[in-house]
Design a protein around this ligand. Structure first.
Ligand code: FEO
Length: 401
């Protein structure tokens, strides 16, 4: 077989042998408009190791890329950094094909792989700081629980100052460029922020601890599990992770809403004008044309968040409920905000949304719900405008401390 899928060298002894998924558009509810990659790596020393595998459907691509360097059956060890199926989907088939001497994962990884594949293969648990000598190359394992799953770990190569960082520092971006510096920065930064917001945001309190732990290691390369590898700009992504995990208050507001006959939209516009007059940058994201995962991405660096919904059959509009249930799971921090909307004969939806926002620890701007019967009159629109202005003052006070 002459493989047309080739390995790509990362540094001496280390090759990228992953798969490019050009057509992925949904990653459990997150719109991946630029596809993704499932990165796997081959390390060639006296012993040969494979770091992670790929989603099941891409197994042949993985095998061909490995085969462009060595016979896959020469692999001695497989390291499973993360049990999620985008990385372990072909693991059991690869074990059967390669018959490696050992397969390693964390203790939680051993459990998770068993619970996924109900297999009979032997997988050895490694723990924090354990070493595996391949010859001139050493692998050192560090647990990163909940980044992204309880089983997660990263694998460090001291001789190359390279970290196989698994989901951390990843981005969903299908590209044949293997290094981040070869992709336009605005695309990298947008997709890295979107990835952080939609995958890692719930674990933001763990990120600074992980960054502190990693800061004790000399690292020149983040060989991640999705998207291009960080090499020239690892300082930039570390700073972005510090900022995204802290989510400080900013003079930026996200307003999102659905409207039926334009009433809720009029209220959204009035709030935006008030925010604008107070010096807040407004991102208006109507739910009829905006995906939930893009709204969450904008919320990541916002200081205010407003949600508008008309009342439909005594309930909030379905798209609003979808967004709220998605975003509350992602647990954004440090937000001021409120709800608004119109109703015909059954008021209550705005208060219900305020309850959800409060449950997310969003600090409410108003004491009472901003709702309008059928169509907002001048007074309601003025109140919306004032709510925007008041938010701007509250944000400025938070930022000035
Ligand atoms: Fe890329 Fe948590 O899997």
């Amino acid at each position: 077989m002459t493989p047309h899928f080739k390995a790509q060298k990362v540094v001496d002894n280390i090759y990228w042998v992953g798969a490019i998924d050009w057509k992925l558009r949904d990653f459990h509810g997150y719109e991946t408009q630029r596809g993704t990659t499932y990165n796997a790596y081959l390390i060639i020393s006296d012993k040969i190791a494979l770091i992670d595998t790929v989603k099941a459907a891409y197994k042949q691509e993985l095998i061909q890329r490995i085969s462009s360097v060595i016979d896959p059956q020469k692999i001695d060890y497989i390291i499973s950094n993360h049990a999620e199926t985008d990385h372990s989907g072909s693991l059991i088939d690869m074990i059967k094909l390669i018959k490696p001497e050992k397969v390693f994962a964390t203790a939680k990884g051993v459990e998770a792989l068993k619970a996924h594949y109900h297999h009979d293969e032997e997988i050895t648990a490694v723990g924090e700081g354990d070493d595996l000598k391949l010859g001139s190359i050493t692998l050192k394992f560090f647990e990163t629980r909940m980044l992204h799953w309880p089983d997660s770990m990263v694998t460090y190569v001291p001789e190359r100052e390279l970290l196989f960082s698994q989901d951390a520092f990843g981005l969903h971006l299908a590209t044949n460029e293997r290094f981040e510096e070869d992709v336009p920065q605005w695309i990298v930064d947008f997709e890295a922020a979107k990835y952080y917001a939609n995958i890692l945001m719930p674990y933001s309190t763990l990120i600074p601890k992980t960054l502190d732990k990693l800061s004790t290691l000399p690292i020149k390369i983040f060989a991640n599990d999705h998207g291009p590898i960080w090499r020239k700009n690892i300082g930039r992504i570390i700073e972005l992770y510090k900022k995204w995990s802290a989510q400080p208050y900013t003079m930026k507001a996200v307003i999102t809403y659905r409207t039926m006959w334009g009433s809720t939209e009029k209220m959204a516009m009035a709030i935006a004008e008030g925010l604008s007059e107070g010096g807040v940058s407004v991102k208006m994201m109507p739910l009829n044309s905006t995906h939930r995962s893009d709204i969450v991405t904008e919320v990541l660096d916002a200081g205010a968040f407003f949600v508008g919904s008309p009342t439909l059959n005594k309930n909030m509009f379905p798209a609003v409920a979808d967004l709220l249930y998605y975003i509350k799971g992602l647990a954004p921090k440090n937000l001021i905000g409120d709800a608004f909307g119109s109703y015909g004969w059954a008021d209550g939806v705005v208060e219900e949304i305020r309850g959800i926002l409060s449950g997310m620890k969003v600090e409410l701007v108003n004491d009472s719900p901003m709702s309008a019967k059928y169509v907002p009159d001048e007074k309601v629109l003025q109140d919306c405008f004032e709510m925007g202005k008041k938010t701007a003052k509250m944000l400025a006070a938070k930022i000035s401390g």
